[in-house]
Design a protein around this ligand. Structure first.
Ligand code: PRP
Length: 214
């Protein structure tokens, strides 16, 4: 049995064509079904529907053999025990710093300064500002980070930006880009040894599908 961990939403939808290229079709729609373990057309392949932040955990501990997760989630989790054979180039976005338009970010990030940042990306933020020599007080949030600068709880946020609509709707501006993000295929290193052939087949089919121009 090969078990693949996926999260609902964009990653799931963008993954379906890749699975199809590997001859795998998921039999239930996770948006409609309450089932968390989904069967596929192949009796020896199944899909786990887990929280996006839990995908690396399932794969690391062998609850799933493989998974698809954003680079952001992977950097926060750490990649211990995980083999990362492919950048799938899906669910593309970026991680950026955003602040209120009236906040003087350029002045606030000078070396030796101190900045209050609200984010769920504490590891990424810590490293980014440490490299600049800027001290940061990190406030961990789990969502709706845009509110924090608006109510004076933080000077800025570090969050995913895709279209920029969420920032605009909340009167925030993107003041600095930290990195480009896309989704990666991750594989449990022990599973890769034990189930080498079926896992390799899926990796190769994904790689092949990516090489075909859209
Ligand atoms: C992300 C992110 C922003 C939004 C950015 O949230 O946290 O709020 O998308 O996208 P945009 O630039 O296209 O507006 P997501 O919808 O993934 O949910 P989350 O709050 O659970 O992270």
């Amino acid at each position: 049995m090969i078990t693949l961990a996926l999260s609902k939403g964009r990653i799931f939808e963008d993954t379906l064509p890749l699975l199809k290229a590997a001859g795998i079709e998921v039999l239930d729609d996770p948006e409609k079904s309450r089932k968390l373990i989904l069967a596929t057309n192949l009796p020896d392949v199944r899909v786990l529907v887990v929280r996006a932040t839990d995908v690396p955990t399932y794969v690391q501990y062998g609850g799933a053999d493989m998974g698809i997760t954003g680079k952001d989630t992977l950097l926060e989790h750490g990649s211990q025990g995980l083999y990362q054979p492919l950048d799938l180039q899906i669910a593309k976005c970026r991680i950026s710093v955003a602040a209120r338009a009236d906040f003087d970010y350029a002045n606030a990030v000078r070396q030796g300064a101190r900045l209050k940042i609200a984010t769920k990306y504490v590891a990424i933020s810590r490293e980014f500002f440490a490299n600049k020599g800027v001290h940061v007080d990190l406030i961990k949030l789990y969502g709706s980070m845009e509110i924090a600068p608006l109510v004076g709880m933080a000077d800025a946020i570090v969050d995913l930006v895709s279209t920029g609509n969420t920032l605009r709707a909340n009167h925030l501006v993107e003041v600095e880009q930290i990195m480009e993000i896309s989704s990666r295929l991750i594989v449990n290193q022990a599973a890769l040894k034990l189930k080498r052939e079926p896992i390799r087949k899926i990796i190769d089919a994904f790689a092949c599908a990516l090489a075909v121009p859209a």
